[in-house]
Design a protein around this ligand. Sequence first.
Ligand code: FAD
Length: 376
Amino acid sequence: MNADVAVIGVGTMGSMATWQLAKRGISVLGFEQYGIGNDRTAAGGESRLFRTAYMEGKEYVPLLLEARKLWEQLEYETNRKLLTLNGGLTIGDPNTDVMKSLLNSIDEFELDHEILQGKEASERFPQHRLFPEDIMVLDKNAGFLRPELAVVSAVEKAESLGAKIKRYTTVEGIYPDKNGVKIIANGLAYQVGKVLITTGAWTGKLLPQLRKQLIARRLVLTWFAPKNVEEFEPDKFPIFARMRKGYRLTGTPTLDGTMVKASNTKNPEAVLKPDNLNRDVSSEELIEVGEAVEQLLPGLVPNPVRASVYMDAYTEDDHSMVGRLPEMDNTFLISGFSGHGFKMSPVIGKVAADLIVEGETRHSIGHLDPHRYAKA
Ligand SMILES: Cc1cc2nc3c(=O)[nH]c(=O)nc-3n(C[C@H](O)[C@H](O)[C@H](O)COP(=O)(O)OP(=O)(O)OC[C@H]3O[C@@H](n4cnc5c(N)ncnc54)[C@H](O)[C@@H]3O)c2cc1C
């Protein structure tokens, strides 16, 4: 037996699950096809938004509140700054479904927030140009994460607790047997008790039976030069998300004192072969996001100064799959975070450790059950 548990794919979720398993004294063998914290995974691109008021569904709020504590725990254990809570604005028409869902999550969990509109909103956050129907919801428990460093930190901590990670090692097959699970990676065989699959956008490649449920999608991140950088420092410019027909513009304050991230992540296109992701960004894509920025963020020069391409695995309902895999003994899956999983990764890692070690979790994750597709 090479380990109690193998974690396949040590990116966002894999790093957090490895940390959580190692903390419980479980022997873990991780397999990562690239290096740790590399820029080809869904954790690339300098920052990720952390939000607690949640338009994607109020059922996430308890997970997000726990995630916040775990981010602080990881910061404490690794002596690194990973989460900056500088607030978060969601801007839009309160009559739309997403804004209603966001306000619902606030009401139900009495989340710390402010609602601004009209002159008051424009004076407080003049960086945003508003439409007459827009409101601004300021989530006080929001901010940004440093994703690459977070993955590196979780792995570093897990390794210090005894986890073993095989870098540049691709898992080619998983075979449950009477002793647990056999894994073939870079042509060699390994035997473990249980397996956790955290292969993100590559999951359909490793598990072809899930290719239709877990679609890899391509997202383009873009950065813009501010006319006056001081207006876009973290203390003046909270993270933001704006939804309108045709785009979903999200962004962060300047992190390097020269650029501000503002990206359109609406309707990301499907990627048939994740190993052949098109990393070129077309002029059309740059023009489209530039037009949205020109309309909504007049303090930015509307031509992107940086653009990079990433992938995430999407499900049909944009809820991930977290749990045992139907018809594969001793095999667990965490995938399909549909462009919004980073913020919750430490709590999802903890849930995975609960399920693997205890067979159950106290967290409410019914909406993430992989069996919902089997049932359908
Ligand atoms: C551009 C972009 C912006 C986003 N913005 C936000 C945001 O602001 N806030 C937020 O909360 N979420 C955001 N997300 C979503 C979030 O980043 C993802 O949901 C999350 O990172 C997915 O984690 P994962 O572990 O499933 O995938 P990954 O982090 O990609 O990890 C998968 C890992 O598996 C490895 N792997 C795959 N196949 C194999 C194999 N066969 N053998 C060995 N290793 C393998 C890969 O190399 C990779 O390291 C964004 C995503 C993208 C792409």
